[in-house]
Design a protein around this ligand. Structure first.
Ligand code: GAP
Length: 572
């Protein structure tokens, strides 16, 4: 079977996610809300499994890391001291025609011919205004307007300084008329980029549309000129319209705490979980009695008012982060940066992501935060391109120093051995839960062939999740639903497994269909109770079942009593 293109593949993944209850659009019945998503019954299990595994390897299996669950709303000074209030922004531009907003740094450079217009005039209305300003007199001036309508404002500017008092009066009366009706003349400069091979008329069409939007209905364009342009990012890639100049757009959602909505009650929904860790550093240090190097881990929601949410859940406005702040001595920073990069790569491999689809990007000096001495981005080959899953950054002592300065409270560490006091440095692996979930779904999605009921090969959609993160670990099927002893045995098996894992019982439809439904949601194991289980054909097979493995579709005969240990060892 030919592999679907990347766009097709992504479309299939998005549709499977909705159809099988992994991810829904938020507020869908009201038309949704851009950049916000809800995880359905299977999505929530997958997400939990990813977070639980992160917590297990980052906290429970180590002596040097403890956890924290900080509040989402914090004192505004936290965001002032961290620099977020002043600098946590993306450059944004708006399309002058459609008002659609883009991130300036995400616009692909384009080449073509730029057509410039100095404005537009509705000539009929202009003449009506002229007649109103002069009570129908000054016909010589009226014909000058008709002849030079394309430069009406420069014509009027020349009257303004004319020694002819009558012309100066007409100028001021006409200007007053034009100001009272903005739909006659626009001197707003506008331009359109037309790709090679497209005619000048297409630029004029867009420009007329632009001026019509500004109220100039039957416009004649003014001052047209053109020029070839290469690699510009100043135009809307979708329609060629000029964009506004880039402006910084702060990504934090502002809110008010308490009953009054004024300056004193402002705070923000946190845009990262890390700051709670920095401001609780001293408390956690005291209660946990850890020595450097040690870390504080946290999983929680973060919010960013992204200009362009896109690629399904990849860039959302509400998402979850899994962050570790690993505090150390200054001289350990660079070495720990390498250590954490490797640890984090292992994590992704351990949840089933192939190393060949993970890339480590060394963030160049000019793109790194000024306080960082080294940053890696771990990227995954999504169907829409290689994109960041996680950042691993050596943030030096910047954050703790900023909070010490702003709060006036010491955030220093006292080294018992050397008797030195200093602000620890920190290495931060910061991963997105939603991006990891999307990556494991993209990685797991496969189409292959499997026999149907009659042995004929048919296309099978299968999510090859690593058993450790699969939403449902094992499905249990009685061969026939109307044979009471089969049903009773299957239910016994469900009760046996349930304390250890999430199990699904299914008795409806042909067994092949039931397998297929589980394959599509990534259930790694299927247990079937058949007549052999009841010992009807061979007493030696009593209390055995078939255990089917999702990927190979291989079936083994297993004693029911061995099922928990076999499955537990494979899903851990
Ligand atoms: N404390 C550092 C920090 O927040 P970041 O690179 O801005 O660094 C870390 O974010 C991770 O959070 C990203 O690698 C990504 O996985 C996730 N993330 C950031 N913005 C996101 C968004 N809009 N939607 C989904 N995940 C996002």
């Amino acid at each position: 079977m030919s592999a679907p293109t990347n766009v097709q593949r992504m479309d299939k993944i998005v549709s499977l996610c909705k159809r099988r209850g992994f991810i829904f659009q938020s507020s869908e019945i009201y038309g949704g809300l851009n950049g916000l998503w809800d995880y359905g019954p299977l999505g929530v299990e997958l997400k939990r499994n990813v977070k639980n595994y992160w917590w297990r390897v980052m906290v429970h299996e180590r002596d040097d890391i403890v956890g924290l669950d900080g509040s989402i709303l914090m004192n505004r000074v936290v965001w002032q001291a961290s620099g977020h209030e002043d600098t946590f922004s993306d450059p944004m531009v708006d399309c002058l025609l459609t008002k659609k907003r883009f991130r300036a740094d995400q616009i692909e450079p384009r080449s073509g011919t730029a057509y410039y217009f100095s404005g537009a005039v509705d000539v009929q209305r202009l003449l009506q205004k002229f007649d109103a300003a002069t009570h129908g007199g000054a016909s010589n001036v009226r014909s000058e307007i008709e002849a030079r309508k394309n430069s009406i404002f420069s014509v009027m500017a020349s009257w303004k300084t004319s020694p002819d008092l009558n012309l100066r009066k007409i100028e001021s009366a006409l200007r007053a008329e034009l100001q009272s009706d903005k739909n006659v003349v626009s001197d707003f400069e506008y331009s359109v980029l037309v790709p090679p091979g497209k005619p000048r008329e297409s630029a004029q069409k867009i420009a007329l549309h632009f001026y019509a939007e500004r109220g100039i209905e039957n416009a004649e364009l003014q001052g047209e000129r053109s020029e070839a342009i290469t690699n510009t990012t100043r135009y809307n890639p979708e329609n060629g319209s000029l964009l506004t100049e880039p402006r910084p757009f702060n990504l934090m959602f502002k809110t008010y705490v308490g009953a009054t909505e004024d300056e004193s009650s402002i705070t923000y929904l946190r845009p990262e979980t890390a700051q709670a860790i920095f401001v609780q550093f001293k408390n956690v240090l005291e209660v946990s009695r850890k020595k450097l190097p040690f870390g504080i881990a946290q999983i929680g929601k973060a919010f960013r008012n992204e200009i362009n949410p896109r690629n399904f859940t990849f860039r959302s406005r509400e998402f979850e982060q899994m962050e570790l702040e690993y505090f150390c001595r200054p001289e350990q920073g660079m070495e720990l940066l390498e250590y954490w990069k490797e640890e984090r790569l292992k994590f992704y491999e351990n949840i089933g992501i192939s190393r060949s689809r993970l890339h480590v990007l060394t963030v160049p000096n000019e793109e790194r935060a000024f306080y960082s001495k080294g940053t890696y981005d771990i990227e995954y080959d999504f169907p829409f391109g290689a994109q960041e899953l996680e950042g691993v950054a050596y943030r030096t002592d910047y954050d703790l120093s900023q909070h010490q300065k702003a709060s006036g409270k010491s955030l220093e560490y006292f080294d018992e051995e050397t008797k030195q006091k200093f602000i620890p440095h920190v290495v931060e692996p910061s991963a997105g839960v939603d991006r990891t979930v999307l990556a494991v779904i993209c990685e797991a999605y496969a189409e292959d062939e499997a026999p149907d009921e009659k042995g004929k090969m048919e296309t099978r959609i299968v999510l090859r999740f690593h058993p450790r993160i699969a939403p449902i670990k094992c499905a249990v099927f009685p061969l026939l639903k109307n044979k009471e002893p089969l049903v009773a045995k299957a239910k016994e098996i469900v009760d046996l497994l349930r304390p250890h894992m999430y199990v699904f019982y299914d008795e409806s439809g042909a067994i092949g269909r039931r397998y297929r439904r589980q394959d599509e949601i990534g259930t790694p194991f299927g247990v079937t109770v058949d007549f052999e289980t009841l010992g009807e054909k061979d007493a030696a097979l009593r209390d055995t079942v078939t255990l089917r493995e999702r990927d190979s579709m291989k079936q083994d005969r297993i004693a029911i009593k061995d099922l928990p240990s076999i499955l537990i060892s494979r899903i851990r």
